[in-house]
Design a protein around this ligand. Structure first.
Ligand code: F0G
Length: 482
């Protein structure tokens, strides 16, 4: 693995690749960053990429691809039906997951749409460790509801539990007894659990959940969008899997599931998605929706070039040196912040460092979007774009009141192999500066609030003139520095 020790004893998260293509980035002066944030309605989704220094919004569709992925894109077979590219991708996925059928879809939420359309009926419940925004939206649109049965520890930001994405088995049994199997559309395991900080699910937990679901005849679905991180954590945090090959771990996970779906914008570092299923009847139930919503069965709305890149990316995901890159950088960023007293989610998870905005911005009322405010402050303070993962990302209750999120997080995603260690250190420094000046950060309120997935394109304004005061403090502390 690529964590090496220096003479000083310090562990360094070493890159096991070299950079051969680069993109120029701009670091604007603080006054311009403030102006850009104002123009973006204090919503980091509405910033323009040319104004951003380090884009840590997401790891979705923005991971660095390998030379072999680019090379594979050149041999794509662009036929509407029966494309060779499809069969190449299908056979890679069958080999890795050991599942029989593959249904292509244009991205993760498209898979969620197909699964929800097929299995969710008005009044049905989907049990899951934790929701993801798009997953929940698809289930509720179909008239179903979501019940989260993650272990209690998952909602404590500070913890030393290695697998905080685990399902609470007692609550699973209780929910099955209370609801009855007929009411449960399916059980969903998100590996790893994104919104609680990219926290992994243990193999033992998946095995037990699978046993219970099979005993009751309940469908088990795995959201494998963040599987690469989960595989890394099983190998490094579960002694029993220390010497087990990544592919074997993948196969074991898949053997517990009825359906596996993924966003290939994350898993496999390309752009696209797909559903894997072994049972013929389940396959046929979902299959008809692919041409209806996505495209013909041999491309499913994806570019064949991306499908070739995905096939190679999936194979590369079986290499521990490749999948370790993000988690070891996340750990480095979290550790650096912890030494500066900044509250972050521990243990460090996959996909990014999650700052506990609830604690960071304790002085801001809960209904004024603490994590959203911190995301705006982070851009003003450092040109770094993170993502709010808290109350702003929730939908309001039916009576119009705010649904206060379980966790109020600012996510600083580290797309795979994109950033250098000096950029990570710079980010830690600017967060530490914000933490010192956190009393300057104030709340936000909506100016335009969409009804569905409001965080994507809602516009907000600051309560008071705190952004100006923050920018002025930056000038005072950093002088001429950008
Ligand atoms: N499931 C999980 C666990 C995800 O993290 C995502 C996307 C999806 C499903 C939906 O996939 O974007 O391809 O439609 N997560 C991105 C993120 C958007 O930034 O965390 P998609």
């Amino acid at each position: 693995m690529s964590n090496v020790k220096l003479l000083s004893g310090e562990n360094v998260p070493l890159e096991m690749h070299k950079v051969r293509m680069v993109q120029r980035v701009n670091l604007l002066p603080v006054e311009d960053r403030l102006k850009c944030m104002q123009e973006a309605g204090f919503n980091t989704f509405l910033l323009k990429n040319q104004d951003i220094f380090l884009d840590m919004l997401t790891d979705s569709g923005v991971n660095a691809m390998s030379e072999n992925q680019y090379a594979a894109m050149m041999q794509a077979d662009d036929s509407y039906a029966g494309s060779e590219t499809f069969f190449r991708l299908e056979s890679v996925l069958q080999d890795i997951f050991g599942m029989k059928h593959f249904l292509p879809a244009h991205q993760g939420r498209a898979c969620e749409n197909i699964i929800a359309q097929t299995f969710v009926k008005p009044g049905s419940v989907v049990l899951m460790n934790y929701h993801f925004t798009t997953t929940k939206a698809h289930i509720t649109v179909m008239g179903g509801s979501v019940e989260e049965i993650i272990v209690d520890e998952a909602l404590k930001t500070s913890s030393d539990m290695p697998f905080k994405g685990d399902i609470n088995i007692d609550r699973l049994n209780e929910a099955i007894n209370r609801l009855g199997k007929e009411k449960i559309a399916f059980m969903r395991i998100e590996a790893a659990a994104n919104l609680v900080g990219g926290q992994p699910v243990s193999m033992d937990n998946m095995r037990e959940v699978s046993r219970i679901c099979r005993q009751h005849g309940i469908l088990l679905v795995c959201d494998a969008s963040l599987l690469a991180d989960n595989l890394y954590f099983i190998k490094t945090r579960d002694e029993k899997y220390k010497n087990v090959d990544i592919k074997e771990i993948t196969r074991e996970i898949a053997s517990f599931m009825d359906i596996v779906y993924f966003s290939a914008r994350k898993l496999g570092s390309a752009r696209g998605g797909g559903i894997l299923v072994s049972d013929d009847a389940l396959f046929l139930k979902m299959r008809e929706l692919v041409p209806l919503f996505e495209g013909f069965l041999t491309y499913g709305g994806m570019s064949v070039r991306e499908m070739e890149a995905m096939a190679v990316g999936m194979r590369e995901t079986m290499d521990i040196d490749i999948i370790s890159q993000t988690p070891i950088f996340v750990e480095a960023l979290c550790n650096e912040l912890l030494t500066k007293g900044v509250p972050v989610v521990t243990p460090p998870g996959g996909l990014g460092c999650h700052v506990d905005a609830g604690l960071f911005c304790e002085h801001i009322p809960e209904t004024q979007y603490r994590a959203g405010a911190l995301a705006a402050a982070m851009f003003i303070g450092g040109g770094v774009r993170g993502m709010e993962r808290g109350t702003l990302s929730e939908q309001r209750n039916d009576d119009g009141t705010e649904r206060i999120a379980d966790m109020e997080l600012l996510r600083l995603a580290l797309p795979k192999r994109v950033f250098t260690l000096s950029q990570v250190k710079y980010t830690a420094d600017r967060i530490a500066w914000l933490f010192k000046n956190r009393h300057l950060i104030g709340g936000l309120e909506f100016v335009e609030e969409p009804k569905v997935l409001r965080f994507f394109f809602g516009r907000l304004k600051p309560i008071g003139n705190w952004p100006e005061l923050l920018a002025a403090q930056f000038r005072k502390d950093f002088g001429e520095s950008l």
